[in-house]
Design a protein around this ligand. Sequence first.
Ligand code: FES
Length: 174
Amino acid sequence: MDTDVESPSCQCAGGDADDIDLEPLDAILDEHENDPGALIPVLQATQEHYGYLPRPALETVAARRGVPLSAVYGVGTFYAQFHLRPRGEHVVRICHGTACHVRGAPDVTRAVVEELDLRVGETSEDLRFTLESVACVGCCGLAPVMLVDQRTYGQLDSSDAHGIAAALREGVVP
Ligand code: FES
């Protein structure tokens, strides 16, 4: 299986967002109403509420702040902190920085891809898992490294990675 292929899904669609409740956005927008430079805090609070940036929310932000939707998308797609699609309950990140790569990140990735039945860049349909490839996360001495949400797992081999991913599938964060 090709573990290096990112999901080909378009990132501008905003996911299945037909039933988004936009009412909570009012309070977020009201709070920053008098600050024309507050687009990033508005988007951060929006993502904090919805878990990602649904397209209807971005349309509302653009309309209420009087800026083009393209400008809102520009910010939402420029910063890695923002996500335009729903994310999984657990976000699994595998480091592909140089140290991790040479010490086995491709094997770790293959193991997780197999175990979670997900490609890198995808979120499972049941929204349990998102699998991402990231650059150096700053603990090269532990390479190869994988993060599950806020937890770090280091010096992994493919067997360790299989075990961690299998535990996650069973609902256990090891
Ligand atoms: S390269 Fe993976 S932690 Fe630095």
